[in-house]
Design a protein around this ligand. Structure first.
Ligand code: IFM
Length: 396
């Protein structure tokens, strides 16, 4: 039997600026140095090799691609926009369009310009206005269809606000937490967590309004939200707090929902993550494809188109990836058959890349990176994914 996906379904892969571009100077690069974390350095040198990478995406038949714009490149100092950097992203968009690939552009994927970090990052309400001004500049510039190519139609304002806020403020694991040698981590605070989370929701709302106030008519704006499948007695509370709170708050300000699905969480007694499934990725994350079905069913209530903006596995030997993709897609298909309006799937990630505090060792890519030579090698599972893309489905 063939599982067929809806006509015009979008198939692609995702990356983010700091994880692939190389040569970034922002709060993360400073934090990497200060804490002795592995440094993102030249990452995949995607900033210079994006043409080659988009050729690979095309060769794999992908018709969409998600990437992010690095705020610190665009506005290295407050109010000073770097036109050369804007032109760089315009070129990336043109190159995608020339290859028939629809861009999904993320405006903020966790890194901040140094001057924003210095004013307190998302703890400071001013950052909401600064972010809106940056979004306005970008959307106006990148909608300027000079080459006669279509402008960006899909904008993702924020990536995974809940993961960022949890790791940065509840766990004190990510910037702005300072290294122990400097008296940190000082930012670990439930109060700050709530404040930043609320500020991010307001930042999205403001950016949404600003983006829609440009002349571009067919623009779609959403966020990429990392939702988990919870089971157990605490599930309703966690579902509300983790999965729904942010989406409820911005419900009048989104045209689509981006879902990043990675986690299943069974709660037993007072213990989280009591998952029985022993199948795990290289970084110990449980592989639980069925969870995506439940999460999608829960999102149906928002009555918006859904794009799976991330789903992927760290698997250096490429032994799980093909099955991982097919199993998740099987459950996505089931959700579609139950009336959930899923319109696209982005595998995380196109390339192996810099996995934040873990450094480069986790290998999520459809394409393997040799970080010494910068050689790209397409993994066998990527060709299997390409078959699915070509067929708009697969046999089960
Ligand atoms: O690499 C990250 C990405 O930046 C955000 N979503 C989860 C991925 C895997 O951890």
């Amino acid at each position: 039997m063939k599982l067929e996906f809806p006509k015009n379904f979008l198939w692609g892969a995702a990356t983010s600026a700091h994880q692939v571009e190389g040569g970034n100077h922002n709060d993360w690069s400073e934090w990497e140095k200060a804490t002795g974390n592995e440094e993102s350095g030249r990452a995949c040198d995607h900033y210079n090799r994006f043409r080659e990478d988009f050729d690979i995406a095309k060769q794999l038949g992908q018709n969409t691609h998600r990437f992010s714009i690095e705020w610190s490149r665009i506005e290295p100092e407050e109010g000073r926009f770097d036109e050369k950097e804007i032109a760089h992203y315009q070129e990336a968009i043109n190159v995608l369009r020339e290859r028939g690939i629809e861009p999904f552009v993320t405006l903020w994927h966790w890194t901040l310009p140094i001057w924003v970090a210095k004013q307190g990052g998302w703890e400071n309400k001013k950052t909401i206005d600064d972010f809106a001004r940056y979004c306005d500049k970008i959307v106006r510039s990148l909608s300027a269809d000079e080459a006669g190519l279509k402008s960006v139609a899909y904008w993702i304002t924020l990536n995974e606000p809940e993961i960022y806020t949890m790791n940065s403020y509840l766990r004190g694991k990510w910037p702005p937490a300072s290294p122990t040698s400097q008296g940190g981590p000082q930012k670990k605070s439930f109060f700050k967590f709530l404040k930043v989370y609320r500020n991010l929701a307001n930042a999205h709302k403001k950016a949404y309004t600003v983006i829609h106030s440009t002349w571009v008519s067919d623009t779609q704006v959403g966020i990429a939200k990392n939702n988990s499948y919870f089971e157990g007695w605490l599930a309703p509370i966690l579902n509300w707090g983790w999965n729904n709170w942010f989406l409820n708050r911005i419900s009048q300000h989104q045209d689509f929902i981006g879902l990043n699905y990675y986690f299943h969480n069974r709660i037993k007694g007072f213990k989280l993550n009591q998952n029985n499934n022993k199948q795990v990725s290289d970084i110990g994350w449980e592989i639980y494809p069925e969870g995506i079905y439940h999460v999608l069913k829960d999102l149906k209530k928002y009555n918006k188109p859904i794009y799976i903006t991330e789903n992927g596995v760290a698997d250096a030997k490429d032994i799980h990836r093909e099955k991982f993709i097919k199993e998740h897609l099987r459950w996505v298909h089931k959700a579609i058959s139950k009336g959930v309006d899923v319109r696209g799937y982005f595998y995380w990630s196109l390339l192996d890349n810099f996995e934040w505090d873990k450094g480069f060792w986790p290998r999520f890519g459809l394409v393997e990176m040799d970080y010494k030579t910068m050689e790209r090698r397409v993994r066998p599972s990527a060709y299997e994914y390409a078959k699915i893309v070509k067929e708009n489905g697969f046999e089960i």
